[in-house]
Design a protein around this ligand. Structure first.
Ligand code: TMP
Length: 215
């Protein structure tokens, strides 16, 4: 029998790595096993965080280059969205011993803002100290994707995203950063997501089951 406990699972990776797809798959499988699970995403996840998400994405598509957010404004918006999300959704769900699956979390800020845009790491660390409220992922799945597959997946998308038309070198840098962050960490799993069969979702479920002690 499954014994309820707070459990936080995060999916990370660059655009087109299939993390949203995999988060949904895992969510469905856990639900099928009658495990109380919440599926959410960053930036976003609550009404107010989704509003902030829209601000960030709108800025990206604005034509006026001179009025674009400074990288610190941008970073603070991600953090503001995260603060709302942690306080109003993630933490309450964990307190009720639910499993929370989140599509992106703090490592996206490290990969995109710190490694990608050179935002000061200590600035981010200090804000995280204040806002995370002890919330730490139990498992992080980092999905690694080849250039060819990510491009193919992004082409199929109807709605474009902020970094969907960023240079390939930016993606390469971000992917390298995710892999670097995962290095030597026991609860991080770097998994290849370039193929389109169901081996990846099976692997993700197998790892999760082990942690949750379900058959
Ligand atoms: P999504 O495509 O996974 O919905 O994410 C939206 C964009 O936000 C994506 O391009 C990555 C970016 N992002 C950051 O730059 N920093 C962050 O902290 C987070 C959570 C997302």
């Amino acid at each position: 029998m499954y014994k309820k406990k707070p459990f936080f699972i995060v999916f990370e990776g660059v655009e087109g790595c299939g993390k949203s797809f995999q988060s949904k798959k895992l969510f469905k499988k856990l639900k099928k096993n009658k495990i109380d699970t919440v599926l959410t995403r960053e930036p976003g996840g609550t009404k107010s965080s989704e509003l902030i998400r829209n601000l960030i994405l709108k800025d990206y598509f604005s034509k006026n280059k001179l009025e674009k957010f400074d990288k610190y404004t941008d970073t603070l918006l991600y953090m503001a969205a995260r603060n709302e999300h942690v306080k109003n959704k993630i933490k309450p769900a964990l307190l009720r011993k639910k499993v929370v699956i989140c599509d992106r979390f703090i490592d996206s800020t490290l990969a995109y803002q710190v490694y990608g845009k050179k935002v000061d790491l200590n600035f981010i660390r200090n804000i995280h100290k204040k806002i995370l409220d002890g919330v730490r992922p139990n498992i992080v799945f980092v999905l690694k994707v080849s250039k060819k597959s990510s491009k193919k997946r992004l082409k199929k998308r109807k709605t474009r995203n902020r970094y969907d038309n960023f240079s390939q070198s930016f993606y390469d840098k971000a992917q390298k950063a995710f892999i670097k962050i995962a290095k030597n960490k026991k609860n991080y799993y770097v998994l290849n997501s370039s193929t389109n069969d169901n081996s990846l979702e099976n692997e993700v479920f197998k790892i999760t089951k082990k942690y949750l002690k379900i058959k």
